[in-house]
Structures are given as structure tokens and as C-alpha cells.
Design a protein around this ligand. Structure first.
Ligand code: EPZ
Length: 420
């Protein structure tokens, strides 16, 4: 199995170009199921999760060309609506085909995604919403079996808990439903906003984008003429590279990003003492004399993103004092803490709160990735550690970071991918 080998404590410099956002690309690819004609999607990140979802569409009978960060997808030839276990189990975001398949074809079977390292990851809110829109939902041998023979009908959906892919599933289902669907308490992540904007530009009437109440007027089952799409930049990738600059106390610039999507992350970096400058499509971080401890509570957008929690835990190891990190979205998203302790960190975990004692002198170690963002936190710690770090199980990283070691090499890091 591949692993990354890092020789730490090298200053970084220069700039890094950010790829398209995996979590925007996934719902947009699923949304092509709603389209009558071919759809071109550019600025796709070249990561495993994108290939997995395209493979799922292929299994359903869709046709596509894919390469150079671009796909042209034709779902008019879909002849199956069964999203099989062997694919769904490798990527739980496959659940995003549920809404569009049900809306377009009136039936589908999607393997239950199951949990993952960071939590049980239920989909009860997705299923309840589909039932509210008139679908009959049953669970049979590990599959969600959904039927809506008369099509889906618009209604009011209240999300007691904000769910990103749950909102995306309902928006896509509502686009082809009969009548008006109002979603109260939708997710407002930039990735959800791009999906809504693309559907609106494709002729679906949508009001209240980025607000707490989203209204979608469905086409009554008519497929849509989807516009061509360019995926928004990946705010989590951008935040991860800003943390790479911070943890090595270097000046670096992240380019082709959207600074407005990173407000909460930038504020926290500045609270820790790092000067940060926002430019047009780019952000520069500068070294600091002293790294201050930080208090972080993860929450839905525009709050501090849970997908940046692990990276900030790694950075807080160097802070001169005690940092407190509260993870409010997932019940088990501190798996990286025990791996960070192998570098010499002192981290106390109590329920959803991690207390990080700094500053710590980090020493390179063999560590194991457990989930996508935890893996990036281990790479960050390796960049700051004395000596050699080997990060194993980097298939987690390859799901969501395009050419990570190449981009870090471009910034001057001593990092190579080796065969284990
Ligand atoms: C999306 O996951 C992202 N994935 C995650 O990114 C991200 O961490 C998460 O949103 C939160 O921002 C994609 O967009 C593909 P949720 P999602 O539904 O939609 C609970 C990464 O690293 N919940 O917003 O699955 C759930 O258990 C990944 O790229 C229910 O209880 O997250 C969690 O506690 C990791 N019932 C909370 O809501 C449901 O039916 C938020 O989950 C659905 C969710």
C-alpha cells in the first residue's frame, strides 16, 4: 500500500493552485440525472470520490467522457435505478443519487451507505423528506427501496438538524416534483448554493438561495436542460494548505480559491497570530512571532467547518498554551488525536471536547490515516515534526485531495509517495 514519507521542519514558500470542490462536484454529477441532454462539468477535482460516482452512473447505464478535470455526462440512456452495495459502500455520498433517480424515474434502490470512521452517518432525514414528498420507502436487505409511481409532489420540509447532502437530495427531488417545495432550515454550504444556482440557471424556479428558507417550483416530472458547469474551488483544500503554511510558519499563497468561503477559517488563523491577506481569488498567510492557542466549536456554514477541525488540532499542537476544540457535528471525529499523540502531542479527549496542550516539540513517527480530513492533519503534523514521518492508509487522502504530495512539493516540502 502506498504511503507518504515526509522530512519535516522545512519552510514552505510560493503558491499552490486549488482544485474544484469534491463536495460541490458530487451533487452536481448526481444532478445530471435530472437532465434531458448531455451536461459538461469542468474544474472537476481528479480524486477517487469523483471516479467512484461516475462509475456508479456508468453502472446505471449513463454514458460519459472524462479526463483533464472535465466530464461530459449523458444520463438519457440510464436503464437501471439500482445503486449497488459494492460501489455505495466505498463512498457514502452515493446517497446523492436517491433524490434525482426517484424524481426522474419514480423508483430506485440505493444501498444503505452505512457508517464510517467519523460517525454513524444516518440518512433518516433524507428518507423522511422523500416520504413527505409522496414516496413509499422501505428498507430491504440493506437497500433503500423507494417508489413514487405518481411522481413526487411539492410540500414543506423542515430539517430539525441541518444536513448538507439531505438538503441536496431534496433540492434535486423537488426540481422535478409537481408543485412547490419549501425547505425550512436547509444547509447553506457554498456547495449547496452552487447546486441551487446551477438548477436555477437551468430553468428551475428557486427562491431563497443562501437563506433559511428555500423554495423550489418543480417541473412536474419534465427533465431539465442543464447548463454547463464549472465547479467552485474547494474551500477545505484551500484551508488545509493555509494550515500547511501556518504549521511551518511560512509565507504561502493559495490561488484560484474563493476567500469569502473561508471567513471562519481565516478569522481563527488570525486569532492564532497569523497575518492573512485576502486577494482576488487568492489568500496569503504570513509567519508569526508567536502562535496563540485557540477555541474552536464546529458548526454548519458559515460557522467553523467540521472538515477543518482535524487540521486545526494539528496546528494547535504548536500554540503557546491550551486550545479547546469542540466537535458538534459528528460523534466520533477525533480519530486523528491518538495518531497525533504519536508525534508527542498532549491531547485530552472528553466527549465532544478535545483539550490540546501546547507548545509541543513534534517528532516524526509512523502514523495511520483513518478518514479523509484526519489524514491531512497527519501530513500537516509531519511537515512540522523533527525527522521522518510515514503516513499510511493514504487511500483516505486520495478520495478528496488532488495530487497532495505534488502540490506540497511545489511549496518546497520534502514529501514523497512510496510503495509500502
Ligand atoms: C457533508 O456530509 C460532507 N460530505 C461532509 O464532508 C461534511 O463533513 C458534512 O457535510 C458536514 O459539513 C459531502 O458533502 C459529500 P450532514 P453529510 O448530513 O451530508 C446528521 C468530507 O470530508 N444527520 O450535513 O453526510 C449527521 O449524522 C466529508 O468531505 C442525521 O442525523 O453530513 C451529522 O451529525 C466528511 N440524519 C449531521 O447531521 C441524516 O439523515 C450533519 O451531517 C443526515 C445527517
Amino acid at each position: 500500500m502506498d504511503f507518504l514519507q515526509i522530512r519535516g521542519r522545512r519552510p514552505l514558500s510560493g503558491s499552490v493552485t486549488i482544485s474544484g470542490a469534491k463536495n460541490a462536484a458530487l451533487p452536481l454529477i448526481a444532478a445530471t440525472i435530472l437532465a434531458r441532454e448531455k451536461v459538461a462539468i469542468s474544474n472537476l477535482p481528479d480524486v477517487k470520490d469523483i471516479q467512484t460516482l461516475l462509475k456508479l452512473l456508468d453502472n446505471l447505464g449513463a454514458r460519459f467522457e472524462y479526463g483533464q478535470n472535465r466530464a461530459v455526462i449523458d444520463t438519457s440512456a440510464i436503464e437501471s435505478t439500482v445503486a449497488k452495495y459494492d460501489i455505495v459502500r466505498t463512498m457514502r455520498a452515493s446517497i446523492l443519487v436517491l433524490g434525482p433517480l426517484l424524481a426522474r424515474f419514480g423508483h430506485c434502490e440505493v444501498s444503505l451507505p452505512g457508517g464510517c470512521a467519523i460517525g454513524q452517518r444516518p440518512i433518516d432525514l433524507h428518507l423522511k423528506a422523500m416520504e413527505r414528498m409522496g414516496a413509499e420507502i422501505t428498507i430491504k436487505s440493506g437497500y433503500v427501496v423507494a417508489r413514487a409511481p405518481k411522481g413526487l409532489r411539492g410540500t414543506t420540509i423542515i430539517f430539525d438538524k441541518i444536513t448538507v447532502t439531505g438538503t441536496e437530495n431534496v433540492v434535486m427531488a423537488a426540481a422535478l416534483a409537481q408543485g412547490k417545495t419549501t425547505i425550512i432550515n436547509p444547509a447553506k454550504e457554498p456547495e449547496v448554493t452552487q447546486l441551487c444556482r446551477v438548477l436555477k440557471e437551468s430553468g428551475v424556479e428557486i427562491e431563497g438561495i443562501e437563506s433559511d428558507e428555500l423554495t423550489i417550483y418543480g417541473t412536474g416530472g419534465e427533465p431539465i436542460e442543464m447548463v454547463n458547469i464549472s465547479v467552485i474551488p474547494d474551500r477545505i483544500e484551500a484551508g488545509t494548505y493555509l494550515c500547511a503554511g501556518a504549521i511551518t510558519n511560512s509565507q504561502i499563497t493559495v490561488r484560484e480559491c474563493e476567500p469569502d468561503h473561508l471567513e471562519a477559517v481565516i478569522v481563527k488563523l488570525m486569532e492564532m497570530g497569523f497575518p492573512v491577506e485576502k486577494g482576488d481569488g487568492e489568500i496569503t498567510i504570513y509567519p508569526t512571532e508567536k502562535i496563540y492557542p485557540v477555541e474552536i466549536i464546529t458548526s454548519e456554514y458559515p460557522g467553523f467547518p467540521t472538515d477543518m477541525q482535524a487540521q486545526f488540532m494539528a496546528l494547535s499542537l504548536l500554540a503557546d498554551g491550551t486550545s479547546i476544540i469542540e466537535e458538534r457535528l459528528f460523534e466520533n471525529r477525533f480519530m486523528h488525536a491518538s495518531e497525533l499523540m504519536r508525534f508527542g502531542a498532549t491531547i485530552q479527549l472528553k466527549g465532544s471536547i478535545a483539550t490540546v496542550i501546547g507548545p509541543t516539540k513534534l517528532y516524526g513517527a509512523d502514523v495511520m490515516a483513518t478518514d479523509l480530513r484526519a489524514s491531512s492533519a497527519l501530513v500537516l503534523a509531519g511537515l512540522a515534526a523533527e525527522g521522518v514521518t510515514n503516513v499510511h492508509r493514504i487511500y483516505h487522502l486520495d478520495r478528496g485531495y488532488e495530487r497532495l504530495e505534488k502540490k506540497l512539493q511545489g511549496l518546497g516540502a520534502d514529501i514523497v509517495r512510496l510503495k509500502g
